[in-house]
Each structure stands twice: as structure tokens, then as C-alpha cells.
Design a protein. Structure first.
Length: 324
């Protein structure tokens, strides 16, 4: 399994991955993007920023990179970097299919991505991913599965995914929405030829949205790799200007920053295989990676646990965040 390579790294930072959602396209829903990204956000400028982040992450010990078909040119940027850096054979590459990017490199598009978990979309997007990443693709995930997704029941799709698994690619899924726990548990029951199909799960989990925690622990117990996304709640936990006062107080007490505390809290979960940084600057990345060296005590963790919101309210708030 690809994630065994991360275990071989045996460093604290190997549990932190770099996601390129924020720098693979000009528009996203992270707060503070106006001050984080290069002026103009041209393709060349965003490629350069992505490569700066990848260089810095690799030198700091990060060995997992997360991209997706819908993250604009993220696969292309990563493929370019991998060709430029032949010394990075130990990097584990995960991508996702199921959303099509439709914004045409605009931040003001009415629709930025369109979701479809059908076989035809899988066939098309796998071919596109393969053209860019070739044999460097280690993990292919169904993007943003909810309990009603046909990806959980379509046997023809399952057979295709199983064939890809037979080629050595780990098959996984990412989840979103207030029903993440139900989607994860349903995925654990999917088998092909008597064998579990999904070997990894990527889910939103942070101190504001903890509802998937028990299901993720069950997935870990079942042998799946667990990847945590949105550990900073799309920027709501990233800075003192946005974070709850409890996060700010713990950051001050530990001599760190709010984003560091938010990531450290998730890293304390024993079931978390990889926790993603969605950094848009090298400075943010350094602050995120510092979380690998922060030990929060039981009192601090209890204070953070008290911040959990109702899942429905959390996801309604998330859906109201602007693309910018």
C-alpha cells in the first residue's frame, strides 16, 4: 500500500501532507486569499507558487501531496514539479475524480465545479489524470462522497475501481457534508470479489466539525488510511482575526499560531494517518508544519473539544463562504 512509504519516513512531518486546492486554481473558498496569492493569479504565477510550496514541503519532510481533477491545474503543476525533481520518488501522490472544474480560470464564475460520480466521468477523468501523472498516481479517490452518492452502490463503477486497484493504485474516497459518518460506514461495507474496495478515506475534521470522528476511528480500525482535510475550517481557525478566543489563547500559551494549534489538535487523533496543510504561502506552510512538534495537554484539548458545532450549522456556514 502506498501509505506504507509514509511510515518508512518515520518523521513527525510525514504525517502532514500538502494539498494544492488553494493554489491549483485562482478561486477557492479559503478566507484571506486576497492577501495570500500572487497579484493577477495567472497560470504561470500560480504554477510558480505551487512549485515553491512543493519544494519547501519536501525539504521540510512532507511526503504526501493531494490534488484533484477539479483543482484547476493542480495535477499539471504537480506533474511538472515531479519531472523537475527526480529525487522525489518517495513522494506519495493522491488525486481525486468526480468533480469537473468549470470556472475557466475565473474567480467570478457562477459555477466553479460540477459533481458527477458516474462511470463515464470516471473513465474520462482517469484518462486525464493518467496523461498527467502516469505511474506516479498512488491513490485515486472518489471526490466528495455523500450517503446518497451512486459511488457507494454502482457495481459497474466498483468493478472499474477494482481493476485500477489491481494495477497497484490504492482506491479511496473523500467525504463532505453533515452525513460524513454515514458515508464512511457505507464505504466500509463495499466489497468486490469478497475484498474491501476502499482502502483510504479523506474527510473534513477540525475542532469545529468533529462529527466524523467515530466513523474515522472505525475506518482506521478496519485498516484504512485516514486523511484529514480542512483542519483549519477553510481559514476559520487559521488566524487570530478569525479563530475562536480559545484557539488564540492556546496559541499564545504554546508560543505558536492559531493554525499550528488547529493542526496539532487533529494530529493528536490516533486514527489520523495524514493531516493536510492547505497553505498558500511558504510562511503558512512553515507554521502548519510546526504542528508536528506541538504537544497539547489534556486541559487544552478539552477546551478545543468544547468548540464543536452542530454539523448542520457548520456545513451551512461553509456553503455560505464566497469563492474568491
Amino acid at each position: 500500500m502506498a501509505f506504507a512509504r509514509l511510515a518508512e519516513a518515520a518523521t513527525p512531518t510525514a504525517r502532514i501532507g500538502l494539498g494544492l486546492a488553494a493554489v491549483g486554481r485562482p478561486g477557492y473558498i479559503n478566507l484571506g486569499r486576497g492577501r495570500d496569492l500572487p497579484a493577477g493569479r495567472t497560470v504561470d504565477a500560480m504554477r510558480e507558487r505551487a512549485h515553491e510550496l512543493l519544494d519547501s514541503a519536501y525539504e521540510r519532510g512532507v511526503r504526501y501531496v493531494d490534488v484533484a481533477r477539479s483543482y484547476g491545474r493542480s495535477e499539471e503543476f504537480l506533474a511538472d514539479w515531479l519531472r523537475r525533481r527526480p529525487d522525489t520518488r518517495d513522494v506519495v501522490v493522491g488525486s481525486k475524480w468526480g468533480y469537473t472544474y468549470t470556472a475557466d480560470w475565473r474567480t467570478d464564475a457562477e459555477v466553479h465545479e460540477v459533481k458527477d460520480h458516474g462511470v463515464a466521468t470516471y473513465d474520462q477523468q482517469l484518462a486525464e489524470t493518467r496523461r498527467l501523472l502516469g505511474k506516479r498516481l498512488d491513490l485515486y479517490q472518489v471526490h466528495s462522497v455523500t450517503p446518497d452518492s451512486p459511488a457507494l452502490t454502482d457495481r459497474a463503477l466498483h468493478d472499474r475501481l477494482a481493476r485500477l486497484a489491481g494495477e497497484g493504485v490504492t482506491i479511496g474516497l473523500s467525504t463532505s457534508g453533515p452525513g460524513q459518518g454515514d458515508a464512511i460506514r457505507a464505504a466500509l461495507d463495499v466489497t468486490v470479489g469478497g475484498e474491501p474496495l476502499f482502502r483510504s478515506v479523506q474527510a473534513t475534521y477540525n475542532v469545529l466539525e468533529t462529527s466524523a470522528g467515530q466513523a474515522l476511528a472505525e475506518a482506521h480500525q478496519a485498516g484504512l488510511a485516514v486523511i484529514v482535510k480542512e483542519a483549519m475550517a477553510n481559514g476559520r481557525l487559521a488566524t487570530a482575526a478569525e479563530a475562536p478566543p480559545e484557539v488564540t489563547a492556546i496559541a499564545e500559551a504554546t508560543g505558536t499560531a492559531c493554525d499550528t494549534v488547529a493542526l496539532a489538535a487533529v494530529l493528536h487523533e490516533p486514527w489520523a494517518t495524514v493531516v493536510l496543510s492547505g497553505a498558500a504561502t511558504v510562511g503558512q506552510l512553515a507554521s502548519n508544519i510546526a504542528a508536528a512538534h506541538v504537544e497539547l495537554d489534556e486541559r487544552q484539548l478539552a477546551r478545543l473539544a468544547g468548540l464543536a458545532e452542530d454539523p448542520g450549522a457548520y456545513w451551512r456556514h461553509r456553503s455560505s463562504l464566497p469563492w474568491a
